[in-house]
Design a protein around this ligand. Structure first.
Ligand code: NAP
Length: 269
């Protein structure tokens, strides 16, 4: 696939996986529309790319959980570059806390950003993607295979992307739009990454040193390869593949492992 003159919109691309995706795509010659809520951090990212000599970039601040912002975002891609070839629904937020203790506001916010945010951006983009016979891509997680105790709201939002993409794939076949989804495993986090605590306060992502994490560059390169090959779905990391296999073929064993790790984490506080 020749990325030159292709226009890619990546939600949540000021840091983390989204930023790395943008960097690799710019390097391949694509034009990229960056997005995030925090306008000053987004413009720092834009400036950093421009200082590296990249030119086909636009940065559009906005919240994907706001349908009007999503309409503006897609419109901006058209205005800047006159077309839209790929949309990566990457913006996401995580939350820690048991179902019984999480504030309803956290349930609402995570669902609105991770699930509805992807719905709104996708709906706005479809007319343009049909024209370009392009791609809509969803960044899900290996947490979608089974509800993770202590992370139920995140798991639920990511499994919703799975069912959304399955239905959309069939619906859009006739229009030539490729629908892809990646079940991403543990990835090295940006130092600025934040998650919600049970009360909806943003806190730094707790350390995940107990598990092997994939470099962000490897994750971004895999997503790009999937788009190039128009792949439907892929599970990332060995742990992710084992997790997918166990939940499908040995659900009782998978449930026991999760239960044990949940109680161990509780004991450690
Ligand atoms: N990191 C992992 O281990 C891992 C594993 C599996 C799946 N994933 C998924 O991969 C995606 C990226 O994760 P990441 O670790 O790279 O995240 P991250 O480092 O926390 O970055 C998230 C990006 O999304 C933006 N964002 C958050 N809420 C937004 C909203 N409402 N509207 C627009 N932009 C928003 C953030 O900027 P602002 O805060 O300024 O908006 C930031 O640019 C997420 O969907 C995540 O669930 C990550």
């Amino acid at each position: 696939m020749d990325w030159k003159n292709k226009v890619v919109l990546i939600t949540g691309s000021s840091i983390g996986i989204g930023r790395e995706l943008a960097a690799q795509l710019l390097d391949k010659g694509a034009c990229v529309v960056l997005n995030a809520r925090n306008a000053s951090r987004l413009s720092q990212t834009l400036q950093a790319f421009q200082e590296q000599g990249y030119q086909g970039i636009a940065a559009v601040p906005g919240d994907v959980s706001n349908p009007a912002d999503c309409a503006r975002l897609v419109e901006a891609a058209q205005q800047h570059f006159g077309r839209l070839d790929v949309v990566v629904n990457n913006a996401g937020i995580s939350a820690e806390g048991d179902v019984g203790e999480l504030s309803p506001e956290v349930f609402r916010k995570v669902t609105e950003v991770n699930y509805l945010g992807s719905v709104y951006v996708t709906q706005q983009s479809l007319p343009h993607l049909r024209e370009s016979r392009g791609t809509v891509f969803f960044v899900s997680s290996i947490a979608a295979f089974r509800g993770i105790p202590g992370h139920a709201v995140y798991s639920a939002s990511k499994v919703a992307l799975k069912t959304l993409s399955e239905a959309l794939r069939v619906e859009e076949e006739q229009h030539g739009v490729h629908v892809g989804i990646a079940f991403v495993g543990f990835t090295e986090n940006d130092p600025q990454k934040a998650i919600y605590d049970k009360d909806g306060v943003l806190i730094p992502q707790p350390s995940r040193d107990f598990v092997k994490q994939e470099p962000v560059g490897v994750v971004a390169a895999r997503i790009i390869r999937m788009i190039e090959r128009r792949e439907a779905r892929r599970i990332f990391t060995l742990l992710g593949k084992l997790n997918g296999f166990a939940n499908r073929f040995m659900p009782v064993v998978a449930g026991r492992i999760l239960r044990r790790s949940y109680h161990q984490r509780k004991e450690m506080g």
